[in-house]
Design a protein around this ligand. Structure first.
Ligand SMILES: NC(=O)c1ccc[n+]([C@@H]2O[C@H](COP(=O)([O-])OP(=O)(O)OC[C@H]3O[C@@H](n4cnc5c(N)ncnc54)[C@H](OP(=O)(O)O)[C@@H]3O)[C@@H](O)[C@H]2O)c1
Length: 334
């Protein structure tokens, strides 16, 4: 049994727990919250339904990391905290699955990857697309597109926190003190897919629009490859209604959701359409990463190569995001 604790008590943690409930062998065993009351009500809500046990609630991270009650942790705190929290738990020999972006700087990621290796534990980014069967289906469809000259990857999603920002509040997602903003929140998915399908680009260009807080609200990126251009757009202040497209001379793959890899259709050049993947509930989607986390922990030999690919891709993404931030002038208060 892998007993995991959680950091962060927002909807994304609830969704992850919902996904992990489908993984036999994973059990929610403790909750961290800055508020004991919030932590208790969160813990009871999920453990009562799952196994009826009362699990510990911590308001101190060091006590949690040192506790024998957990073997692993899922981290879903604001981006800025990912590095220091992951480090604390890795130092205590806990397996870590951390929300995207797993780290802000590649040096941080390299340091913690080495630390995880030294401690003999798993350290991975919670990025849904790398763990879903849809990724293989997408790649199979891409192989049928012929020569690909162009791809347009878009993840523009109007933030539920934008009205609060407009009303003069300072939500974490638009606060550069938390290393957030559109590129780190949504652009990261587009970068993941581009690297997964096309590898490292030869050249990059980027332009961003900024909010008064200093956070980037939108971004447009051009990744240049020999014979192919990938354009990426993302926004937290407007909604994409057209999806993404990978365009080849034999056909076009349309993708409704780039983060979930759902709503995918292969349009052949004769106009016919082959469905590639439909819709999925989000907790099912997050269940795939929870299952892989569990497999990497419990079947290290069988999953070594797979885990290494995830680590390598996470580092490539982290490096490219840093390059893009530099080019766009996206600055955090660190
Ligand atoms: N995979 C996905 O689809 C997905 C979707 C959304 C978000 N995410 C990722 O999940 C992470 C959390 O995102 P979110 O939107 O849930 O963030 P958030 O609401 O700003 O914060 C998440 C949790 O962190 C704690 N927290 C909030 N402000 C804090 C502060 N100032 N200092 C310390 N702790 C604080 C809160 O828990 P307590 O009050 O209980 O301490 C809160 O529930 C981000 O890294 C984001 O990129 C992933």
């Amino acid at each position: 049994m892998i007993r995991y604790g959680i950091i962060g008590t927002s909807w994304i943690t609830e969704t992850f727990i919902g996904g992990a409930m489908g993984v036999a062998g994973m059990e929610l065993a403790g909750v961290y919250s800055r508020s004991a009351e919030k932590g208790r009500s969160f813990a009871d809500k999920f453990t009562a339904a799952a196994h009826g046990k009362t699990v510990p609630v911590w308001t101190g991270l060091t006590t949690m990391a040192a506790s024998d009650a957990i073997d692993a942790v899922y981290i879903a705190s604001p981006n800025k905290l990912h590095y220091e929290q992951s480090k604390l738990f890795l130092e205590h020999g806990k397996h870590v699955i951390c929300e995207k972006p797993i780290a802000i700087h590649p040096e941080q990621l390299k340091e913690l990857t080495a630390l995880a290796q030294e401690k003999g534990v798993i350290y991975m980014e919670a990025i849904m697309m790398m763990h879903q069967p849809q990724l293989a289906a997408l790649k199979e469809a891409v192989a049928k597109l012929g020569r690909i000259y162009t791809a347009h990857i878009d993840f523009s999603q109007l933030s539920s926190k934008y009205p609060a920002f407009l009303a003069g509040q300072n939500p974490n997602i638009f606060n550069p003190a938390f290393c957030t903003g559109a590129l780190m929140d949504l652009g990261i998915y587009c970068v993941y897919l581009a690297l997964e399908l096309f590898g490292r680009p030869e050249r990059v260009r980027i332009d961003s629009q900024f909010l008064s807080s200093g956070a980037d609200a939108t971004g447009d990126v051009l990744l240049a490859y020999p014979g192919c251009h990938v354009s990426i757009s993302y926004s937290k202040v407007g909604q994409n209604r057209l999806g993404s497209q990978i365009i080849g001379d034999e056909g076009t793959l349309t993708i409704d959701s780039i983060s979930q890899l759902t709503g995918m259709n292969l349009h052949h050049k004769d106009g016919s359409v082959t469905p590639v993947w439909g819709d999925e509930a989000k907790n099912t989607l997050m269940g795939a990463e929870a299952r892989d986390f569990y497999r990497y922990i419990t079947e290290p030999d069988a999953t070594r190569a797979e885990y290494a690919i995830c680590q390598e891709r996470a580092l490539q993404v982290c490096e490219l995001l840093e390059t893009l931030r530099h080019e766009a002038g996206i600055r955090f208060i660190e």
